[in-house]
Design a protein around this ligand. Structure first.
Ligand SMILES: Cc1ncc(COP(=O)(O)O)c(C=O)c1O
Length: 413
């Protein structure tokens, strides 16, 4: 994003122009940022070969976004995300499906698409996968839960006493033996993901070391595993622009694995840190209220229905005005339009004085916003645009009120 004549531009296009053309709330993804982030990840991990980078599609599975990231593999949290990857032109053989409660239908669907790996995350899941296998064996990983507690919001932590993965080394080893003896399955690797929005590289180093030691034990028992996936979770700085260094991150996760198993492929599956910075949200100010306390509320035309993260786990954002961005600023609370007191997008933003009709820009919203959007309050979900080489293209049209009722059929009076 850059400023020209007091206006904010993305890929050379004024954001006010995009809002005028497509309406608000509007999400705008920048293809160049997506491509350069995928390249940066690939380059960082190429230096640590054998290594592989997948994009965790749960952060945003829009086809237009997946297409821009196409050279990477995809980690899918559901059959829908896997299907999105395939529709975007990413071969299913380069993808994997994880999840702690996969249905038989999902397993069969993933098989039918030709999924590369299935991440086993259940006590008897291997038997259900085996039943779905006709023909070539299914390559599988086992998700384990390393004894490493990540410093992050409790809702973003996935280690310790929680629902994902196998919790003890002993049970993990026994399960790997069972999986290895199950016809139709080929056990090829281990997988873990201890949480999201983790800035401390030492956490990743410890996860990788834990997995490497577990994988080494399996190898010593004669299990020919080749792949060690350390999950995603790298943080994106919320109110600053400098993120953890990718080269240092790649080193932190690859070195412990390659020290123990030099020929193993180390795999990461970032979501947030791949796409968060590639999008901005545009909202129109509807109202301005000044409370007796002096607190200023700007009410905008979106909120928790298009970005639940602030309400869900206290995510923080910065904001700017799309034009008139200079002059004296004030502290404001940017409130959403949804009928919940907790629908506050930004508690404490610093903005030039804004009035109804002004356009608020929230950068850094590419991850877990559109992906988690809902129709709460029967508000249609926003449109999404992709800018590329100076041109804007609608990649998801704005929902219409009629879309809200599409699945309900006619109601007899
Ligand atoms: C198994 C798994 N892998 C990868 C990710 C991506 O995490 P992040 O978006 O924090 O990189 C997640 C998200 O929580 C996940 O559950």
């Amino acid at each position: 994003m850059r400023v020209e004549d007091g206006r904010l531009l993305l890929d050379g296009i004024p954001l006010t122009e995009l809002a005028r053309r497509y309406g608000t709330p509007l999400y705008v993804y920048d293809a160049a940022t997506l491509r350069s982030r995928a390249r940066a990840y690939r380059d960082a991990f190429a230096a640590e070969a054998p290594a592989r980078v997948a994009y965790s599609a749960k952060a945003c599975a829009l086809l237009g976004v997946l297409r821009a990231l196409r050279p990477v593999s995809v980690s899918a949290a559901s059959l829908g995300e896997l299907e999105a990857a395939v529709r975007a032109g990413i071969p299913a053989s380069r993808c994997w499906l994880h999840g702690n409660a996969k249905t038989d239908e999902e397993i069969r669907g993933a098989r039918a698409l030709g999924v590369g790996r299935i991440v086993i995350d259940g006590e008897r899941e291997h038997e259900r996968i085996a039943r779905a296998v006709r023909g070539a064996p299914q390559r599988v990983w086992l998700r384990v839960s390393p004894d490493v507690v990540a410093e992050t919001h409790a809702h973003l932590r996935t280690s310790g006493d929680q629902k994902f993965g196998v919790l003890t080394v002993g049970r993990g080893r026994a399960l790997v033996r069972e999986i290895s003896n199950t016809r139709g399955l080929r056990f090829v690797g281990v997988h873990a993901h201890v949480g999201s929005q983790i800035a401390d590289l030492d956490t990743f180093r410890r996860v990788a070391a834990w997995l490497a030691s577990f994988a080494r034990q399996l190898r010593d028992e004669g299990v020919p595993l080749q792949e060690v996936c350390v999950g995603g979770g790298l943080a994106v700085a919320e109110t600053a622009t400098s993120d953890p260094d990718l080269t240092a991150y790649a080193r932190a996760v690859a070195a412990p694995v390659h020290d123990a198993l030099p020929d193993a492929t180390v795999i990461v599956e970032p979501g947030r840190s791949m796409v968060a910075r590639s999008a901005v949200a545009l909202y129109s100010v509807q109202d301005r209220k000044v409370r007796a306390s002096g607190r200023v509320f700007l009410a905008v035309d979106g909120g928790m229905g298009d970005n639940i993260r602030p309400a869900l786990y206290g995510a923080r954002y910065l904001a700017a005005l799309a034009e008139r961005g200079d002059g004296a600023t004030e502290h404001v609370t940017i409130a959403g339009a949804f009928c919940e007191a907790g629908d506050v997008l930004i508690e404490d933003a610093e903005l030039p004085r804004a009035e109804s009709g002004d356009l608020v820009v929230v950068p850094g919203v590419g991850a877990y916003s559109v992906a988690m959007a809902s129709q709460y309050n029967h508000r249609p979900r926003p449109a999404v645009v992709l800018v590329d080489h100076g041109r804007a293209r609608l990649i998801r049209r704005r929902e219409r009120t009629a879309d809200l009722f599409r699945l309900e059929g006619a109601v007899s009076r």
